[in-house]
Design a protein around this ligand. Structure first.
Ligand code: C5P
Length: 372
């Protein structure tokens, strides 16, 4: 359990990508993901199976308030300890969720359970009321948004070349109607918290949205990434044993330009520009980009070379990146040194693809100080 837990709460209209983005943010940071929608779904399955009169709101509340809804270690939702699997996502259940979601008694109980699940833990959660009701004191609140047209485009793209697929205009009109009703419902209306960051994702890839949220989170709580999993920190070995200064930069006095350094420096390394990464033949990949508060590591294996992630930059902190082989130490603000036990690998420089470039530029857009 973290001493100073960080909650990332994400709300926003239907179809803005909350669920995919929140799940991936939690996975990358190695923190709990709470799927609040799954709890509404589980309660609905229970109602259905118990044969509760679907038109009796009091009976529904009485039934749901007696239920324990939790998750197992694989993320499967449990109703009174019993796994419900994918049944929660069937169309017949989805069509009935409103009976729980619009019932104040049910909402009160589910919010209590949700708050108990995240209490004292680093977590990312999303839902219609994550920032306003479940976690109004979250360390980072995001209102994830996209125009109805953009959401419609994404949805139609998912359907592919289906013959009778509705047009983007039709889908956008339905989305507008749904937004209107979600924002104006009497119970559990979707609202933007006044202190939530409004993130409009039109034109952004999911990876860039995820990078932006991670960057905001790390900026607010540098210790957040204490619990990053080792397999997210795969990096290359230094060619020379011993200490190798791989990158530096400073936010203060005078601010140094962004510098991209690789654990294996190459002639192609271009300070101030993020266009290439180094690749070790037979080894793992890494690039390190520093400025003041964060280190961005382009990490991955030879097959999937560029998975940018952000690390907090803490003076005098050792990161054990690959046990027994590769370590990095941040010596002072803006300076990272790499140290390695192994040598003898060969390497080449490769261009970042569009997606990796977008992700790195997203990190930069958040970390680049505006006032210096
Ligand atoms: O996220 P998901 O689609 O699984 O959520 C299912 C439904 O549960 C939503 O459409 C909404 O009606 C309800 N819900 C809610 N409040 C939440 C999460 C979900 O009302 N925090």
């Amino acid at each position: 359990m973290s001493q100073n837990p960080m909650i990332i709460a994400i709300d926003g209209p239907a179809g803005a990508g909350k669920s995919t983005v929140t799940r991936q943010v939690a996975k990358t940071l190695g923190i709990l993901f709470l799927d609040t929608g799954a709890m509404y779904r589980a309660a609905t399955v229970g109602l259905y199976d118990a044969g509760i009169n679907p038109d009796d709101a009091e009976a529904i509340a009485a039934y749901v308030c007696e239920r324990d809804i939790s998750f197992d270690s694989t993320g499967q939702v449990l109703l009174d300890g019993v796994g419900l699997g994918e049944r929660i996502r069937t169309p017949e259940i989805t069509a009935e969720i409103w009976r729980v979601a619009n019932n104040p008694g049910c909402r009160g109980h589910l919010v209590d359970l949700q708050q108990a699940i995240v209490r004292g833990r680093d977590a990312a959660l999303e839902g219609r009321d994550a920032t306003t009701v479940i976690c109004p004191n979250a360390g980072l609140k995001v209102y994830l948004d996209a125009s109805p047209e953009e959401r419609a485009r994404r949805r139609v793209a998912e359907w592919g070349d289906m013959d009778d697929a509705p047009s983007i205009e039709q889908v956008a009109a339905d989305i507008r109607k749904r937004d209107e009703s979600d924002m104006n419902r009497e119970v559990g209306a979707l609202q933007q918290a006044p202190d939530a960051v409004h993130c409009i994702t039109d034109g952004m890839s999911p990876q860039a949205v995820i990078a932006k949220i991670i960057a905001w989170a790390v900026k607010r709580r540098p210790l957040l990434l204490d619990s990053v999993y080792a397999d997210q920190l795969l990096v290359g070995r230094s060619r020379e044993p011993g200490y190798v200064k791989v990158a530096q930069g400073s936010v203060s006095n005078p601010p140094a330009p962004w510098q991209l350094g690789f654990t294996n420096p190459t002639p192609q390394r271009l300070p101030g520009q993020v266009t290439h990464y180094a690749r070790n033949a037979g080894g793992r990949q890494a690039g390190v980009l520093c400025q003041g508060r964060a280190v961005i590591v382009l990490a991955g294996t030879e097959d999937t070379p560029t998975l940018p992630i952000a690390l907090p930059m803490l003076p005098q902190t050792w990161y054990v990146i690959e046990e027994g082989v590769w370590h990095a130490v941040v010596q002072e603000s803006g300076t990272i040194c790499a140290w390695a036990e192994a040598s003898g690998l060969t390497e080449d420089a490769y261009e970042l693809d569009d997606c990796a470039r977008e992700v790195v530029n997203t990190y930069l857009s958040v970390y680049q100080p505006e006032d210096s």
